[in-house]
Design a protein around this ligand. Structure first.
Ligand code: UDP
Length: 360
């Protein structure tokens, strides 16, 4: 039996890990130990996902959140190292691009424990993004790089990874697995305060938007204009964005709701007429649920969606946001299952882990 120690801490990681944990539990030869760093800790940013998605209770629950990036990452590094020394796993599995990802990978690499990175190879080529720093460094110290897309594979080949003694594997995107797996469960999920369809589903939380007063003001202005003149805008508001908007003295005149669980999110994705976001995951979920997406960023790691015309990048330019939203409202897009692996990613991850570690 091989021991896989999984590290999660932030909302998108709970969703990604849910499908892989499920696949690990359904196979022989692998045992999973789950560590939650505490990076996201509110009930509606953490507990709800464990409940709705059937994620097992973490074996180790840390309480590390807030503070600067350095402080948070440093505290995680110290505590994760202690857990790794006690647990002695055969492999550490990390997801995505958060401080929890980097701290987990670094603690493991220094102890010579193999690191497997799910969502390897994504690049925005914007080194101002904390996520870009986290993902580049995590890839550099990973032994197994699970790429979600051909673009991610190409990025790593360009960076010389095919000449390194690592496993470079294209497995598809585990978020598509989650979208397919939980879609049916969400079919009858109600979101009490959101009626009808035809609305714009918006999310906003990226530091490059929330921490830049000019960008934040432009986006808030665009959302207000859309809500008053194009279609109602439903915005499950991330706690960080709520704080940034209050600090900047801005007023949101849209339908603001608290962050919702994944099933509620899927229910809204199914019903909405457009997705307007700066999230990485939500860009793809729009596509999985057949909706056009307008992305309020200057770059995206998911370039294939722009290439196939499903996603429009508009940055934080108020006029561009409003006109792209107007132009794309109600436009459907179709996924032929090719770009993101069609829902088999978690199965591939587990098969490869078993192969690499000779798990029986
Ligand atoms: N999400 C959710 N509830 C919300 C907002 C987002 O369940 O109120 C989900 C969303 O569907 C996606 C994931 O959270 O699966 C994306 O997380 P986030 O946007 O925080 O991070 P990113 O993908 O940008 O790293």
């Amino acid at each position: 039996m091989k021991k896989i120690l999984t590290i999660v801490g932030a909302r998108p990681q709970f969703i990604k890990a849910s499908v892989v944990s499920r696949a690990i539990a359904q196979t022989s030869g692998l045992q999973e130990v789950l560590v939650h760093t505490g990076q996201h800790f509110d009930a509606n940013m953490s507990d709800v996902f464990f409940m709705q998605l059937g994620i097992p209770r973490p074996h180790h629950q840390l309480d590390i959140h807030g503070g600067s990036h350095g402080e948070m990452t440093g505290r995680m590094l110290i505590e994760i190292e202690g857990i790794l020394l006690a647990e002695r796993p055969d492999c550490v599995l990390v997801y995505g691009d958060t401080n929890s990802t980097l701290a987990g990978a670094l603690a493991a690499a220094k102890l010579h424990i193999p690191v497997a990175h799910v969502e390897a190879g994504l690049r925005s080529f914007n080194m101002k993004m904390p996520e870009e720093i986290n993902r580049i460094l995590t890839d550099q110290i990973s032994d197994i790089l699970f790429c979600p897309t051909q673009t991610a594979m190409d990025n790593l080949v360009r960076e010389g990874f095919s000449d390194k003694p690592v496993q470079l594997l294209q497995v598809g995107d585990v978020m598509q697995d989650a979208a397919l797996l939980f879609s049916q469960a969400a079919e009858h999920t109600q979101v009490s305060c959101v009626e009808g369809d035809g609305f714009i589903l918006a999310t906003l939380h990226r530091a490059e938007n929330t921490d830049d007063p000019a960008r934040l003001a432009a986006i808030v202005g665009a959302l207000n204009t859309l809500h008053s003149s194009v279609a109602s805008v439903v915005l499950p508001l991330h706690p960080r964005t709520r704080a940034a908007i209050a600090k900047a003295g801005l007023t949101l005149d849209v339908q603001v709701i608290d962050p919702i669980g994944y099933l509620e999110m899927v229910a809204l994705l199914r019903r909405c007429a457009l997705v307007l976001t700066d999230s990485g995951g939500v860009q793809k979920e729009a596509f999985f649920f057949g909706k056009a997406c307008v992305t309020m960023r200057d770059q995206t790691e998911w370039v294939e969606l722009v290439q196939v015309g499903a996603n429009t990048l508009v940055g934080a330019d108020a006029e561009a946001i409003v006109s792209a939203a107007r132009a794309n409202l109600g436009r459907m897009v179709s996924d032929d299952g090719q770009l993101y692996g069609g829902g088999a990613a978690a199965r591939h991850v587990v098969t490869q882990l078993k192969r690499v570690f000779h798990a029986v």
